[in-house]
Design a protein around this ligand. Structure first.
Ligand code: 0O2
Length: 250
């Protein structure tokens, strides 16, 4: 007969022995406070997640509709909720009071949605279609495409308020929408990794190379936009390509 074993023994320990010992040193009222904070944070962050869901639904609707009659201008969509650690860093940077009400007031990019398009003209088109929707209130627009940051960062940003219908009423949730091209996105994700790797203190030679890479990405966007417009013009006039086929829309 096999020996009976308690299922508990098979469980992966969530905390190390050292951490468990440290936890046991904490007095029950402090532990209670920590639990209450965790629950308050979960309640605080939840509407931001729903705000993201609302924006993603709007972008998905546009995307499916585009797919019916023309090639899709949206390459991909991603989203993120700012972590507690990142919110804390921003509180310190902005000198904001560490209360949920003050954070709600002054940190407007806790919920973020990023839309990546093939061409610069599509970035503006998709941005306009989204931000002109009547249930959204545009709080702020930052056009880092027409006015890039000195390091070379380019992207079109808006902070919008989206209504979220909860059981106890409607809340207006701010969501940061970032729209950019594939080339801008490629550059920004590399720059972000380098920035964090060097903890913000990036060596001058890398900063220079990053700026050169941003210029190269810009040149690629200009060339691709030209190609795109040429093909669209040919498609509109119904002209044929060199193989005799009808020019395709890209
Ligand atoms: P993460 O990792 O996305 O959370 P503000 O809130 O307007 O007072 P803020 O937040 O600096 O000031 O606004 P801004 O400049 O519009 O930046 C918002 C977001 O844009 C950043 O969020 C980044 O996602 C992105 N961003 C801005 N500048 C750069 C840049 O130079 N390089 C890269 N890679 N991304 C940038 P977070 O919270 O900084 O970061």
């Amino acid at each position: 007969m096999s020996e009976e074993t308690s299922p508990v023994e098979y469980r992966e320990p969530i905390l190390s022995e050292q951490a468990l010992a440290a936890l046991q040193q904490i007095d029950p009222s402090t532990l209670g406070e920590m639990r209450a904070f965790r629950e308050s944070f979960a309640r605080f962050i939840m509407p931001y997640k729903f705000g993201i869901d609302e924006i993603i639904t709007k972008v998905s609707i546009l995307r499916e509709e585009f797919a019916l009659h023309e090639n899709n201008p949206i390459e991909h969509i991603s989203s993120r909720l700012k972590s507690a650690e990142s919110i804390e860093q921003k509180i310190v940077r902005k000198g904001c009071e560490p209360s949920f009400d003050a954070i709600r007031e002054s940190i407007t990019d806790i919920a973020g949605v990023r839309i990546v398009c093939g061409f610069v003209s599509d970035v503006y088109r998709v941005f306009e279609m989204l931000t002109s929707q009547q249930d959204l209130r545009v709080l702020k627009i930052k056009d880092y495409i027409s006015d890039p940051k000195p390091n070379g960062y380019k992207s079109l940003h808006a902070i919008v308020e989206v209504p979220v219908f909860l059981s106890e009423g409607t809340v207006a949730v701010p969501v940061e929408i970032q729209v950019r091209t594939v080339a801008m996105d490629f550059w920004a994700s590399l720059e972000h990794k380098i920035y964090y790797k060097y903890d913000g203190d990036v060596p001058a030679n890398l900063l220079r190379d990053l700026k050169n890479a941003a210029d190269t990405a810009h040149d690629l966007d200009v060339t691709m936009e030209n190609l795109h417009q040429q093909v669209r013009a040919q498609s509109a006039s119904g002209s044929t390509d060199s193989t005799g086929g009808l020019a395709i829309a890209i």
